[in-house]
Design a protein around this ligand. Structure first.
Ligand code: PEP
Ligand code: MN
Length: 266
């Protein structure tokens, strides 16, 4: 169902009024984790002023260590919801288990499935039973075919609103958090009709790699970017080292818009 051969035109996914795919540019920004209402509100307002059109924030976090901050849970979703009321930005947040599917379906505009759950087939099948758009991140070591098959689980269960997100893969290199596979953009867009966006924050794992990789991704045809932005990265509860401050994010977006115009996206 994802195959471009049977669906030549680009799929355009409507995320609560924000169109993703085709000539549209999706600009998702926000903190790795929701920490407080004040934090999310500050970041959301700044990101919106810079031109972001979707707000991200993790309420349930898939942390490597069980002793790390696990997120605010349902309270985090309520904070995002308040920021949405204030700024009008639809919200993107990660769902880790089917347990919270109903509340996410009600409160979250774009449900993120993280790299670690890309092959949680039971979760994928259940996402197929709702209409909410799904942001399916590439697994840590997933091939293109495996990633597409995970999208097929959602599509074949009835939900046609799937957006793919390249976020870097595991390689032998340890200097960067992951290796950003820019080739996945043209390959996935050739093989499928689904929108493909890029998350340079989790790919590089360093804030100063975000700017060049974001630009490269848009030049390579990505339908958008998901970037971690934090007002106080030094004290962030998660992923501060890869987060941009609002000022840097603003500078980057102005340049991104110029590159996007060259490749025909607005
Ligand atoms: C995230 O977006 O915060 C995240 C945990 O990403 P990934 O699943 O790509 O590691
Ligand atoms: Mn993160």
């Amino acid at each position: 169902l994802a195959n471009r051969a049977f669906h030549p035109e680009d799929s355009i996914i409507d995320v609560s009024g924000v169109k993703v795919g085709g000539d549209n540019l999706a600009l998702i920004a926000g903190p790795c984790s929701v920490e407080s209402l004040n934090q999310v509100m500050k970041i959301a307002k700044a990101a919106k002023t810079s031109g972001a059109n979707l707000l991200r924030g993790g309420a349930f976090k898939p942390r490597t260590s069980p002793y790390s901050f696990q997120g605010l849970g349902l309270d985090g979703l309520d904070i995002l919801y308040e920021a949405k009321q204030e700024t009008g930005l639809p919200i993107v947040s990660e769902l880790m288990s089917t347990e919270y599917l109903d509340v996410f379906n009600e409160k979250v505009d774009l449900i993120q499935i993280g790299a670690r759950n890309m092959q949680n087939f039971d979760l994928l099948r259940q996402l197929g039973q709702i209409d909410r758009p799904i942001l399916l991140k590439r697994g840590l070591n997933a091939t293109y075919e495996e990633w597409i098959m995970s999208a097929e689980y959602i599509l074949s269960s009835g939900n046609k609103n799937v957006i793919l997100c390249e976020r870097g893969i595991r390689t032998f290199e340890t200097y960067t958090r992951n290796t950003l596979d820019l080739q996945s953009i043209p390959v996935l867009k050739k093989k499928t009709h689904l929108p493909v966006i890029v998350d340079p924050s989790h790919a590089g794992g360093k804030w100063w790699l975000v700017d060049p990789m974001a630009k490269a991704a848009i030049a390579a045809g990505a339908d958008g970017l998901m970037i971690e932005v934090h007002n106080d990265p030094e004290n962030a509860l998660c992923d501060g080292v890869q987060s941009l401050k609002p000022g840097k994010y603003n500078e980057l977006l102005q340049q991104i818009k110029q590159i996007a115009a060259v490749v025909g996206k607005t």
